[in-house]
Write a new protein. Structure first.
Length: 280
């Protein structure tokens, strides 16, 4: 029997390739929005988002019923296609609250919103931007998977800690359009990028500047290389990415999650269907 050509086989077997995860559709940029308090101006904001295909998360206080807020009967229709997330039941500055009350503020908000929306609510925006390690830990215990701060980074990196998720900027940041344009111009596909904008819809009425968000959405909407996602979609997708089981040789991967995951092997993009093995 002839000696196998050992050197050649080793070379073939170990041919090292660059394997990256991608965002859905093989994209490498994601835009997400986050708006707090559920005031009636959310109606106009959502109309603008929907017009340009921009998607976001609306952080609501499940037990705070007031005239200037969207009536709860309207939630499931108005916020359809976006995400409803927690903002605590009554909007206290949670750092000042006893631990038991932080848990109740979180759980009762979740329970109220879940009964209206019909899906589990696992996101949070800290009311009044109030957070410390105790607050984050308690909310995590109450099933919160991510929570947004009021800190702006003016940059496009993915968050290191989803319980301290800092935004790129508030919409009133004078650099909003400049940052938006920078984000649109990013082309280096060896990185993933996120732009995250937050605010309150009533601020556009208070400052009489709805044009700001109109212009921003017009600039950012309808782009082939941007994934338009809610906050929880990003978290859930990154969880599915982490669960991917990729062979050492880099020639196949198993996706144990219930959603598809996109991988890039050298320059080829693969959609790895849920519950199946994909050959590369
Ligand atoms: Zn608020």
């Amino acid at each position: 029997m002839a000696e196998p050509q050992a050197g050649v086989r080793v070379q073939e077997r170990n041919a090292l390739r660059v394997i990256y995860y991608c965002f859905p559709g093989g994209k490498h940029k994601v835009l997400t929005m986050s708006y707090d308090d559920g005031r009636v101006e959310d109606r106009r904001l959502i109309e603008i988002f929907n017009q340009y295909g921009i998607r976001g998360t609306f952080n609501l206080n499940g037990l705070l019923i007031r005239e200037d807020r969207v009536p709860i009967e309207e939630y499931s229709v108005l916020y359809d296609g976006h995400e409803v997330a927690c903002h605590t039941a009554l909007h206290p500055t949670v750092e000042r609250c006893p631990s038991e009350q932080i848990l109740r503020q979180t759980l009762e908000d979740r329970e109220a919103l879940e009964s209206l929306m019909g899906y589990t609510i696992r996101g949070m925006a800290y009311p009044n931007g109030s957070v410390n390690d105790r607050v984050a830990s308690l909310m995590r215990s109450a099933g919160i998977r991510y929570a947004r701060t009021v800190v702006s980074t003016e940059s496009f990196g993915m968050p290191g800690d989803y319980m301290h998720w800092n935004a790129t900027c508030h919409h009133n940041n004078p650099r909003l359009m400049e940052l938006g344009q920078q984000f649109c111009d990013l082309f280096k596909k060896q990185y993933t990028y996120m732009m995250y904008v937050w605010g309150h819809s009533y601020e556009f009425t208070d400052r009489d500047n709805w044009q700001v968000i109109e212009d921003f959405c017009k600039l950012m909407g309808g782009r082939e290389d941007i994934w338009y996602a809610t906050n929880i979609e990003i978290v859930d997708y990154m969880d599915a990415v982490e669960r991917m089981q990729v062979s050492v040789a880099g020639d196949f991967a198993y996706n144990p999650s219930a959603i598809p995951v996109w991988m890039k092997v050298d320059e080829q993009i693969y959609e790895c269907a849920p519950g199946t093995t994909t050959s590369f």
